[in-house]
Design a protein around this ligand. Sequence first.
Ligand code: NAP
Ligand code: 8YV
Length: 325
Amino acid sequence: MFEVLMPAALSNPLVAQEVGAKLTLHKLWETPDADAALKELAPRIRGILAGAPGHRRVGGEFLGQFPNLEIVSSFGVGYDHIDAKWAAAHGVVVTNTPDVLNEEVADTAMGLLLSTLRQLPQAERYLRAGKWQQANFPLSDSLQGRTMGILGLGRIGKAIARRAEAFGVKIAYHGRSRQPDVPYPYYATVLEMAAAVDILMVIAPGGPSTKHLVDAAVLRALGPRGVLINVARGSLVDEDALVAALQKGEIMSAGLDVFAHEPQVPQALLDMDHVVLLPHVGSASHRTRDAMAHLVAENMLSYAAGKGPLTPVAETPWPRLEKAD
Ligand code: NAP
Ligand code: 8YV
């Protein structure tokens, strides 16, 4: 029997329903004494259903408790909360939920960008406060005539680029390498790209290799008409530097779906009326969250049936690489 552990409840109930219908599923948070239950279950657990960022960190210390662990199936495409290198070194496959959320997150990114530039949330608050009776809402900035630099032109970055092009926005991009089949100008550093654009769209993975890629110097290079949109992870942006740049007018505005210490949002950002702040809702529609949940379950079920995982992450390719002697 393939026994699976769900350490914490996922926001979408489909995962537990679909996995629980076919495999033995242990919901740790429902047990009265989680520590005792963990000790007793640990040797039998072959699969773990993990939550999204903001949920508990799935590091080697946690995973090391399960001597017969084979697969961690995680809800979300970003897996910076999972120690995938530890998993690879211990023969554990990690899966995520790529592609099924591309269009939703790209829609959210464009909505956030338009909201930030055209001040749509502020205009709505103005109307509701009855201020329209006294005067029209002030004129806003515009998306037109702008150039967007995309930090991370991957699956979601490309879906954002397609949309931005349809809005008449020019595109540039930065990643670790130039993509030969991409028509947009490539910049080898974020700093050079920020100096050449007036929208910086952040949609690269989180984790140590991208920590604070957007720092004070990048924000200064983006300039006083510059707008930062972050729909990736809070860790990519130096949040203190961002607050300072906004306070000093070194950039014009920001639209943020993600933060350094979710669900905490710095008071300084909450106090600013010219930024737009969302509670990490990039993929958060019923349709897309159901598609993600289904893929989490399918990864586990396919693996347990001996057919291998559907969407393993890069660090744990499938079939497993042979170890060199
Ligand atoms: P993806 O297809 O893997 O694309 C990631 C892109 O980032 C690639 O183009 C990659 O290009 C670039 N990149 C990776 N490491 C980099 C580095 N160190 N420096 C510069 N660029 C780097 O990923 P995706 O599916 O588009 O998802 C991107 C991220 O979006 C996820 O990891 C997740 O954190 C975030 N996300 C957020 C939400 C939300 O709700 N707000 C929803 C979904 C996803 P190179 O390989 O050339 O560097
Ligand atoms: C998460 C995300 O799934 O996929 C990601 O990387 O950030 C989101 O889609 C969301 O945080 C789930 O709670």
